[in-house]
Design a protein around this ligand. Sequence first.
Ligand code: BES
Ligand code: MN
Ligand code: ZN
Length: 501
Amino acid sequence: MKIGFAVPAASTLAKATGTIVAAAFEGKVLGPAAKELDGLTRGAVARAVKNARFAGKKGEAFAFPAPVGLAASHVLLVGLGAPDKLDAAAAEEAGGTVMGRLQAIRETRATVFAALPGAAKLDPADFAAHFAFGAHLRSYRFDKYRTKEKPDDKPVIAEVAIVLKAASEAKKRFAPLAGVAEGIFLTRDVVSEPPNVIYPETLAQRAKTLTRDGVKVEVLDVPAMKKLGMGALLGVAQGSVRDARLVVMQWNGGKKGTAPVAFIGKGVTFDTGGISIKPSKGMEDMKWDMAGAGTVIGLMKALAKRKAKVNAIGVVGLVENMPDGNAQRPGDVVTSMSGQTIEVLNTDAEGRLVLADAMWYCQKRFKPKFMVDLATLTGAIIMALGHHRAGLFSNDDKLAENLKEAGSATGEKLWRMPLGPEYDKQLASQIADVANIGDGGAGSVTAAQFLQRFVNDVPWAHLDIAGTAWSKRDSAMVPKGATAFGLRLLDRMVADHYEGR
Ligand code: BES
Ligand code: MN
Ligand code: ZN
């Protein structure tokens, strides 16, 4: 799909083909373009709205066949709520909602009139750029394996033109957002791919493509990890015929020599549970047990694409967790890179084993300003928070606050969960330094507590995205499937707090 920005001509409204999109505000108030349309059609727009279940509120949209006098096929009014409360997030949501409607009516082209009333809080260039961002994010589809789908069955938006006087300014402001979208689409792609296509080696290859964007990418193979002593990560991988990988990505957009920010991702390309095998029902979901890694890879791409003024590190641990003659057994003791020994009481608690070595490696080598890990770590976080918020665990209040704030700003909401010595005690092992599961409940907290044992003095946060990495329902900007949850929020936190310093 092509999204472009154009300056309006005198006859643009009358001549636009496809669907005309125009804004309306709370109380059925028509925006400037809708008013002009109404004039062109002898009041047809106001008449259509009058008895419709459409009040112009945020999140609403209302489509009707274009009245006589227009070249368009449909008019789509999008509700923006109160003009004085209009912000970038509302513009993005409106763009996403419009894209959803256009797909539903199988439209192929649309012209969006982005003029806003004088009372609007947001300036039109920002409105247009963020509207375009929302529309673009919603337009994502992963349909490469649907070979029999007839073209008529697929939504095929070919082109969206956004019309406003400040078109060139809007285009400029859209550019970095388009960069972030590229990262998001990469994440959604790798998370959606089936597990016979994406495994450690192939996911590492995808990460390697970031070289083109100016990211330095290193891939460590099994002998290299053995040499480093990554017994925890390698123990998980040993039951699979697919060899493990550790990918290290560096984006150096900041001042030379300033400490980087660091992101670590759990990349279990398929989690059968290992010998502590999972039930078969729903096991296919475990292809997206690499969503943390996928999000870190996409985030690095986003930072590079928008040329973020920051030094950033991405480290992802890639393994497949399989049962096999060579698989790790419940009861095995492994030695992590940190030197701590771990009794593996349950081979299905594997993500933390992978992260333990990936995090240790990252902080030892890069001495980052902070470290944030993303992981589809526990089913228990879904019990606690469902699919609307990810769990946030942190040893640093300021970092936690910044993350929460960025989460609210981007709609990727976090809920802070506790850490504490009481929970840490639940991880005691009879024969090793620590066990990989806790007894006595609070499964998400003990998992985080386990991770904390592999964190030194660095500010650290853990995002448990097991409930948010995949969605069974469309929402305004995220079609069902892989969400890339966490990417926008981390990009936002970097932009708000760590650039140019
Ligand atoms: N990948 C799973 C967690 C998960 C579950 C993610 C459901 C998404 C949806 C993780 O590796 C796991 O199996 N965790 C276990 C831990 C338990 C054995 C202590 C769990 O949550 O059951
Ligand atoms: Mn598991
Ligand atoms: Zn897992």
